[in-house]
Design a protein around this ligand. Structure first.
Ligand code: ADP
Ligand code: MG
Length: 578
């Protein structure tokens, strides 16, 4: 995207709707600008009437007029500022909502490629810079341009020849500002990247503190972090230094403008062609013009910086998703819940070939277990059913309907998942279980917890179902977390149930209880269970041995224990261990 396109897009999608506010800003900017020019103009009659003609009424009127113009000017500035703040913060909010809504429907593959810390930097830093730019746009660009126009207007009114001498410096200032602006764009982009690295690293060390401490890597981590901070500092400094390059350049240009004006005006005064009042008024307009010129020279840099941030924001917002809800498709209709994989190939975005021409068939309302060495592709199989990823090749059918050809909502509505990495929110126990069904009553939540053998430990928590469980459930044990996530799945009561090592963190006693719960849960449902301990899956209707992305063996426990190679080996090994 080009700078112009980005700017236009921000205007069309974010700014234009604040039409009323924009109108107010322009009205009061015009008021402020004319008052500034009026102040300078008043010096002309002040000198002529009071000091030269000794007019006593003017001695009263002009000071009052000056106070009034300043009052109106500050009122104008105040209203412009307040309105700008209102618009800019609303835009910030809208963009952050837009980014969030985008992230919520993002393909999972985007998250593999980008660290969560970088998303946080997108949210925190890029949007803050964009906010600053929008404010500067209104408070500097619009306000100062109008002020400059009013002052130049006054200068031309007082003396057009002298004005031409003075404004020849403006193109020089614009050229210098553009040069510095190019540098700014590069500096800003590097700075934002460095900030992304910074948040990424920070989130890693926060998550990994215990591991860092036990492996005693505090020093190394600190050293790495110091380097990242150094780098960030360097880039930040570059941005600030670039920003302040404009200052001295503009001062010099302004000095030349004033010098030329005095030279030219003085010459004409000596010739008797210019009055003193006119000259003072002109010179003060010129000096007042310095502030807008300086601000306008700096605004280019701020805009470059803001556009760089906006570009990163739009890169996120525009990220194309492959897995999307499409309302024109049919809804999935569950009859028995038969699941069929036909010649499925799947390659992860990084190129890992996880499934190779895999076919399998699970009858409706039956249970199947996936077993095999880790890395074989079991979790991948599960994750493809709710379309967390799109297949590379082949098809998955549920009751004869291709999952790519039905509405995503209707597909996911019918699937419960207890994943290997348990996801809990920093909320109450009740809310975490209730996540499975927004409509669930308290009684239904307690019922689900009982079925998942979680009711007892929940009742023993300090505030029972109202206990807040901390970030990712830090206040709970591994087994407790698993039982909460099972309760959540029980509550959803869907026709297809996917369990990825759902009981691996349970002790033998609660595992027996949960096994009973799972037996209740999966009755009359189509279930795929990945189980580490083979003893827990003897009751399933079918066992599939997954090895290197393929179904290597298939059958019931009794069949496999007699006729298989891999399964028998796995089983014997576990027998030895237990
Ligand atoms: P299992 O659940 O049987 O242990 P997985 O389905 O998790 O196996 O993994 C199958 C293969 O896919 C492995 O080689 C693993 O390294 C790879 N894999 C798993 N998840 C990802 C991912 N997000 N990106 C790239 N490769 C992955
Ligand atoms: Mg796995």
């Amino acid at each position: 995207m080009k700078n112009k396109e980005i700017a236009l897009r921000i205007f069309k999608t974010q700014i234009r709707k604040y039409f009323k506010e924009i109108l107010i800003i322009f009205l009061f900017v015009i008021l402020t600008a004319s008052m500034t020019a009026l102040t300078a103009w008043l010096l002309d009659p002040a000198i002529k009437k009071i000091f030269i003609e000794k007019d006593k009424t003017m001695l009263v009127i002009i000071p009052i007029a000056i106070v009034l113009t300043f009052l109106l000017k500050s009122l104008g500035i105040f209203i412009v500022r307040m309105t700008t703040i209102k618009v800019a913060f609303n835009v910030l909010k809208n963009i952050q909502v837009l980014m969030t809504s985008k992230i919520l429907v993002s393909d999972l593959s985007h998250f593999i490629e980008k660290h969560s810390g970088k998303f946080i930097s997108n949210f925190a830093n890029d949007t803050r810079i964009l906010l600053g730019t929008i404010m500067a746009f209104s408070l500097s660009l619009i306000k100062e341009s109008f002020t400059l126009i009013a002052l130049i207007g006054l200068m031309f009114y007082q003396d057009w020849q002298l004005s031409i001498v003075a404004i020849t410096m403006i193109p020089v200032a614009a050229f210098a500002s553009k040069k510095i602006g190019k540098k700014m764009q590069k500096a800003a982009s590097e700075n934002l990247d460095a900030f992304g690295n910074f948040t990424k690293f920070l989130s890693e060390i926060l998550k990994g503190t215990s591991i860092i401490q036990i492996y005693q890597r505090e020093k190394e981590e600190l050293k790495k972090f110091s380097e990242i901070i150094d780098d960030k500092l360097k880039k930040e400094k570059k941005v600030e230094q670039t920003r302040h390059r404009a200052g001295p350049v503009m001062e010099t240009i302004n000095a030349f403008a004033i010098a030329f004006v005095i030279l030219f005006a003085g010459y004409r005064s000596i010739q008797g062609e210019m009055e003193i009042g006119q000259f003072v008024s002109f010179l003060s307009a010129l000096m007042l013009a310095y502030q807008p010129v300086k601000a306008l020279a700096g605004i280019n840099l701020t805009i470059q910086e803001g556009l760089t941030a906006a570009k990163r924001i739009y890169d996120l917002i525009d990220q194309a998703n492959q897995v999307v809800q499409d309302d024109t498709l049919k809804n999935l209709r569950i009859l028995k819940g038969e699941i069929k994989f036909g010649n499925v190939n799947f390659i992860y975005p990084d190129g890992t070939e996880a499934l190779k021409n895999l076919s399998l068939n699970i009858d409706g309302k039956t249970s199947a277990a996936l077993v095999g060495l880790s890395g074989g592709g079991k979790s991948t199989i599960l994750n493809l059913i709710p379309r967390f990823y799109n297949l590379t090749d082949g098809e998955i059918l549920i009751d004869g309907q291709n999952i790519n050809e039905v509405q995503l909502n209707s597909l996911r509505k019918n699937i419960s998942l207890v994943s290997q990495d348990i996801v809990l929110f920093d909320d109450t126990v009740k809310a975490n279980i209730g996540y499975g069904n927004i409509m669930a009553t308290d009684e239904e939540i307690i019922e689900a917890a009982k079925k998942a053998a979680a009711h007892e430990f929940i009742s023993n928590l300090s505030e029972g179902y109202e206990t807040v469980i901390g970030e990712a459930g830090v206040k709970l044990s591994g087994g407790q977390k698993q039982r909460l996530s099972i309760a959540r799945a029980i509550l959803k009561n869907s026709s297809i149930i996917l369990l990825d090592e759902a009981t691996s963190a349970l002790d033998t006693e609660s595992e027996t209880q949960v096994q009973n719960a799972i037996q209740n849960l999966i009755k009359d449902k189509t279930t795929l269970i990945i189980a580490h301990r083979l003893a827990t899956i003897k009751n399933v209707n079918k066992i599939l041995v997954i090895d290197q992305g393929k179904v290597a063996e298939e059958g019931t426990h009794a069949e496999l224990i007699n006729n298989s190679i891999i399964y028998k080996k796995l089983y014997d090994q576990q027998d030895l261990n237990s």
